[in-house]
Write a protein that binds this ligand. Structure first.
Ligand code: PGA
Length: 235
């Protein structure tokens, strides 16, 4: 794993966004694995900036998001579909029918997981996966567990995640308790991985990169991937 320490959000956006732009230019129909959360926002801003400058074309790009809350409709302001539209898709020339986010309102979440796996397979897997990291080391919504998950699954969110995400909702009780997430196996299948983290994640990033590989710290599995770049903002 390669660690790059950046000074601030702007540098994070420029460098991580630059890596993604390079991957799109190398393969214009790339399948990008995308993430939500605060840290990716400057990355998306950079992609929008490059598109506006005429340096990036999303017309053939496909995207597959890591996760979605169960119980939030696509038009809910805190749904991850809504987040992606607002922070990226509405500002670039992507064909929205090529953008995939799990359906949090699916009647049968297990069937939805199988459908999402089929989407990932149809795309030929993920070319570049953007990741955040949770305060407990989660990637996607793969929370600390006894074993690493393989494919898309319905999960119960950890208390630490509900607490961390409560800032986006009116009250903590409004945070959904369940989600659909791509599995750790799906993430590990990506050809290239770019993980972005704020200064408050320094300790967990250090544990994930330098500690034991354990499903108790899901991001530690990335030590077994051959092409991971971690960007962290210096305090
Ligand atoms: P953050 O979320 O970028 O908002 O810190 C990361 C995550 O929980 O995966």
């Amino acid at each position: 794993m390669k660690l790059i320490i950046v000074r601030n959000k702007e540098e994070l956006g420029a460098r991580a966004g630059g890596m993604i732009a390079e991957a799109i230019n190398a393969k214009p129909d790339i399948a990008l694995g995308l993430a939500t959360g605060s840290t990716p926002i400057p990355v998306y801003r950079e992609l929008i900036r490059l598109y506006e400058k005429g340096e990036l074309d999303f017309s053939r790009v496909r995207t597959v998001n890591l996760d979605e809350y169960i119980g939030l409709p696509a038009n809910h302001p805190q749904s991850y579909r809504c987040f992606m539209d607002k922070n990226l898709f509405d500002h670039i020339n992507i064909d929205k029918s090529n953008t995939y986010v799990p359906d949090g309102m699916a009647q049968n979440p297990v069937a939805e997981c199988a459908r999402y796996d089929a989407v990932i397979d149809r795309l030929g897997g993920v070319g570049l996966q953007l990741l955040g990291i949770g305060p407990n080391g989660h990637i996607g919504f793969n929370e600390p567990a006894d074993a690493f998950s393989e494919r898309t699954l319905a999960v119960r969110l950890a208390e630490a995640t509900i607490t961390a995400n409560a800032r986006f909702f009116d009250k903590p009780a409004d945070v959904p308790e369940r989600a659909i997430s791509m599995g750790v196996g799906d993430i590990m299948n990506a050809k290239k991985i770019v993980l972005v983290a704020g200064p408050e994640k320094r300790e967990i990033v250090d544990m994930a990169m330098n500690g034991a590989v354990t499903p108790n710290i899901p991001a530690s599995v990335l030590q077994n991937h051959r092409d991971v770049t971690v960007f962290i903002i210096r305090e």
